[in-house]
Design a protein around this ligand. Structure first.
Ligand SMILES: *Cc1c(COP(=O)(O)O)cnc(C)c1O
Length: 474
């Protein structure tokens, strides 16, 4: 065991390791190249019975664990959406781990609750969310969306579902493009997947509001009880923005909870020029975005905002004898704002990030990513063998390889898949794909905290090189 006497030395070794890691991060393959079970099979069958040294553990971390790591902080991680971090966030997280608190209720660490309250107000105001919204940090957007669906369910059923079980006629609506977490939430909430109604999208992949209203009316005529709509601000595939204002008016009219999933794109609301994305937000009931994706705060940290926190608390509150306190009712006990009882002190890392960057610094970083994305998209667009399928929006664009003489969609799809696989195998860059109108396209997202133009120049050179190799082969 490590005692306090040895701890500082171990800590300095660890910090030195972190420094080297970030200095040399581009020397690691972005995407881990291991095969299934390769890591598992290197680990001892039985737990060690005797104490092992810090040095021995670190040595195995480097030898066994590191090869199985995909380097999300590598500047050429362009896959999925980023989950970026920053040195500020790392420092905050170290303090959180050191304090080791469990902030389930105000009394178990008043500062954890009150810092969270204040930071959520800062974020709310910095994003241009309505002032009556209150915030709470959840572990993930999936949890926040589940919490929204459960609250909507209780309101719609006069808090009877919590008592007697869920009636079979509740309905939830979203577009065909929304994140799979909505389906998961509907399943867990006992509403049932068949009661999740997926509404068609227009050519911009946005939910068609008129179709939504029609579906709601038909459902009401058929004895269903519409309870929640989940609208997307920035879908995972193509960053589509649903028409919040029109959807909000429909929700008002039929008294349906409106939850907005802005898990990724929400960070951009810190830039006033993107506030149009949430026009109509004052009529929404809840909103979620993930600082752990594009706001330099390491996973997990999901910011959930809700207009009427009383309904949320009424949905989740429990009060066993051992949790009764004198401060109840005077303060926020966040255990009643989420699924689990226990909770991490996540506000601390966010506090470090917001204070050290400043709102202006955060804005500058995001604008830089957006600018880099525009420039690279432009380069791709100008190349005769490539085409932009989705023009740059925020810090993402979609493109595909299309050398002349390959007109068939099927053939192009498999060529682009090969190109992506080869790039990912090279270890230099990590990309993922999506399908747009049957075309396999490569997504390119630029969101790593310390990414620079030179990294993107490298990435483009790699793409051209791999494409050239494939062309020669075929
Ligand atoms: C990433 C993402 C989610 C899921 O986020 P988690 O925090 O991993 O649960 C949900 N919705 C959208 C639009 C996303 O981009």
């Amino acid at each position: 065991m490590i005692d306090l006497k040895d701890f500082p030395e171990n800590t300095s070794q660890l910090i030195e390791w972190i420094k080297q890691y970030y200095q040399n991060i581009t020397s690691y393959p972005v995407k881990s190249q291991v095969k299934p079970k390769e890591i598992y099979n290197q680990l001892p069958e039985k737990a060690p019975q005797d104490s092992e040294s810090f040095e021995a553990i670190m040595a195995d971390f480097e030898k066994i664990i590191l090869p199985g790591i995909t380097h999300w902080q590598h500047p050429n991680f362009h896959a999925y959406f980023p989950a970026n971090t920053s040195f500020e966030s790392i420092l905050g997280e170290i303090l959180t781990a050191s304090l080791g608190i469990q902030g389930m209720i105000w009394e178990t660490s008043p500062a954890a609750t009150e810092l969270e309250e204040k930071i959520m107000e800062w974020l709310r105001d910095s994003l241009g969310l309505p002032s009556q919204f209150q915030g709470v940090i959840q572990d993930s957007a999936s949890s926040a969306t589940l919490v929204a669906i459960l609250t909507a369910r209780e309101i719609k059923t006069n808090f009877e579902s919590n008592e007697n079980g869920v009636p079979p006629n509740l309905r939830v609506y979203c577009s065909s493009q929304v994140h799979s977490s909505v389906e998961k939430g509907v399943k867990i909430a006992g509403i049932g997947r068949k009661n999740l109604v997926k509404i068609a999208v227009n050519e911009k992949m946005q939910l068609k509001a008129a179709d939504l209203e029609k579906a709601i009316q038909e459902d009401i005529n058929n004895g269903f009880n519409p309870c929640c709509v989940v609208a997307a601000v920035g879908t995972t595939g193509t960053l589509a923005i649903d028409p919040i204002k029109e959807i909000a008016e429909i929700c008002r009219k039929y008294k349906i909870w409106l939850h907005i999933d802005a898990a990724y794109a929400g960070s951009a609301l810190i830039l006033p020029e993107y506030r149009w994305m949430i026009e109509g937000i004052e009529k929404a009931d809840s909103f979620v975005f993930n600082p752990h994706k594009w706001l330099f705060t390491n996973f997990d940290c999901s910011a959930y905002f809700i207009k009427n926190s009383k309904s949320l608390i009424k949905t989740f509150d429990i009060l066993p004898e051992y949790l009764k306190t004198g401060s109840r009712g005077l303060v926020n006990d966040y255990r009643d704002w989420q699924v689990s009882l226990g909770r991490r002190f996540r506000a601390l890392k966010l506090w470090f990030v917001i204070r050290s960057f400043g709102i202006k610094g955060l804005q500058q970083q995001l604008r830089n990513h957006i600018q880099l994305s525009k420039e690279l998209a432009n380069t791709v667009d100008q190349h005769p063998d490539f085409e932009l399928i989705m023009p740059p929006f925020l810090n993402m664009f979609c493109f595909r390889w299309r050398p002349s003489g390959f007109p068939e969609v099927e053939e192009l799809n498999s060529m682009n898949k090969d190109l992506m696989d080869n790039l990912n195998k090279s270890g230099e860059i990590y990309l993922t794909h999506t399908k747009v109108n049957g075309q396999l396209v490569l997504r390119f997202v630029i969101g790593q905290t310390y990414v620079k133009k030179e990294h993107l120049d490298n990435a483009w050179a790699m793409i051209l090189k791999e494409a050239e190799k494939l062309k020669v082969k075929s």
